[in-house]
Design a binder for this molecule. Structure first.
Ligand code: ATP
Length: 212
């Protein structure tokens, strides 16, 4: 994020990539404006929240007109630094890690997994989805060389904290944690935690207990 966006509340900032993806689609289909009701329906965020969020972006929708798609697109591109690719490292090339390497994220936004690490000798030296896999012994050296600010963790839970400590030492600024571990990091480091098992369990719970 660039310095212009510091005043955007965190909850709003978290919705930015969602809005961005939708606005990109609208723009490529040639649409020039969009109402908050249309946006609300598409991204499943209530329209009052959308109007409040968009007021932080300096985008003032007009009644009966809606928002200007080109303006929004250039705002999101600038705010999300989409003109510049952010390099990402992936640690742990197991089943989940392999899926991410094959998928990569470049299609949806300007983040790219540039390099991956594992301890398993049979994986080191191979390439998956164009991403080379290095040994964990080369972590610090490689990250310093490539100037990678973000890491994805798809290692077993037991290894998560010690690897996080190494990443912090190696100047990583953000971690996307797919392990169930709750990580301790200095306050300057940002961790986003995605625990797929918990998400699934919570979905099933809601289906059973709030069926309508
Ligand atoms: P697989 O089927 O390949 O074992 P998995 O996702 O079921 O994958 P996990 O045990 O979760 O298996 O391990 C994920 C990956 O993390 C594996 O490729 C494993 O070699 C790697 N790994 C385990 N410990 C470490 C570590 N300390 N540092 C880096 N990678 C590790």
């Amino acid at each position: 994020m660039n310095s212009d966006s510091v005043k955007i509340p965190q909850a709003t900032a978290k919705r930015l990539p969602l809005y961005y993806r939708f606005i990109q689609n609208l723009h490529s289909s040639g649409k020039q404006r969009v109402s908050s009701a249309e946006l609300s329906e598409a991204v499943k965020v209530d329209s009052a929240t959308i109007r409040r969020d968009f007021s932080y972006f300096g985008a003032l929708g007009k009644k009966g007109y809606g928002y200007n798609v080109s303006y929004l697109l250039s705002f999101f591109r600038k705010t999300l630094d989409q003109d510049e690719v952010t390099n990402v490292a992936l640690i742990g090339v197991g089943n989940l890690g392999t899926a991410f390497l094959n998928y990569n994220f470049l299609k949806n936004n300007n983040t790219k997994i540039l390099v991956a690490f594992d301890v398993e000798e049979s994986k080191v030296g191979t390439i998956i989805g164009e991403v080379p896999i290095y040994h964990m012994d080369q972590l610090e050296e490689t990250l310093a060389q490539l100037k990678v600010p973000v890491a994805i963790l798809t290692i077993p839970q037991s290894a998560a904290q010690s690897i996080t400590d190494r990443l912090v030492q190696a100047n990583i600024k953000g971690i996307l944690n797919f392990t169930p571990a709750r990580l301790n990091v200095p306050s300057a480091i940002r961790v986003h935690h995605i625990d797929l098992a918990i998400e699934l369990q919570s979905l099933v719970y809601f289906l059973k207990n709030y069926p309508d």
